[in-house]
Design a protein around this ligand. Structure first.
Ligand code: GTP
Ligand code: MG
Length: 197
């Protein structure tokens, strides 16, 4: 898919105030610092469309980006960031779950996991919640540039085995790097197919 335009539309903590035009949207979710905002910038080939940071907890609102004037990318705050206070964590989680439960035009969520890490309970639990709630998702293994191919392959095998303890099959997944644009065509083509189906 060719990206002709990508523009920031709005930031929100209230799902009721998100864009009302019913265009299809795709959400990026995962632990703080996993690379959600960086991935959006990489997909759009825009350096700082979505704000990124080395410090976890950068994205704190639901951010809508309009792409090619006919679909949205949604950058969400990370979950599982220990340094935000317990009460603000609860508010965060509430508006993230609210978003997924209420946003009917959300076609697919991409759950991002850092390819370097062992399967983390918080991610597995989040995906279980998605499954129980009936929210379609794929997995994106991020930061692929940080691993050699063999190690990457091994980690994905470990991840798949862990998923198969709970799931009948491994959900579709992608491997990406915001540093060298690995996976860009694959993710964009997948979105394009869904938009046209
Ligand atoms: P929050 O908004 O805090 O939840 O984080 P986020 O998931 O949006 O992560 P963000 O995109 O801000 O990236 C976090 C850090 O990881 C930044 O320092 C990025 O430069 C780095 N990073 C993100 N993606 C990649 C990648 O593919 N490769 C490498 N090497 N670094 C990455
Ligand atoms: Mg972010």
């Amino acid at each position: 898919m060719h990206i002709k335009s990508a523009e920031f539309v709005m930031s929100n903590s209230d799902v009721a105030k998100c864009p009302k035009d019913r265009l299809p949207e795709y959400a990026f979710i995962g632990r703080s610092n996993v690379g959600k905002s960086s991935l959006i910038n990489m997909l759009m080939q825009r350096k700082s469309l979505a704000k990124t940071s080395g410090r976890p907890g950068k994205t704190q609102l639901i951010n809508h980006f309009l792409v090619n004037k006919n679909w949205y990318l949604v950058d969400l705050p990370g979950y599982g960031y220990a340094r935000v206070s317990k009460s603000s964590k609860k508010v965060f989680q509430k508006f993230i779950t609210n978003y997924f439960e209420k946003r009917e035009q959300m076609v697919l969520a991409f759950v991002l996991v850092d390819c370097r890490h062992e399967p983390q309970p918080i991610d597995l639990e989040f995906m279980e919640w998605m499954g129980e709630t009936g929210i379609p998702f794929n997995i994106i293994f991020t930061k692929a540039d940080k691993l050699k191919p063999k190690a990457l392959e091994r980690n994905i095998k470990t991840y798949s085995e862990k998923m198969l303890e709970t799931w009948e099959e491994m959900p579709p997944f992608f491997i990406t790097s915001a540093s060298d644009s690995t996976g860009r065509d694959e993710v964009l083509n997948y979105i394009n197919e869904l938009n046209n189906s």
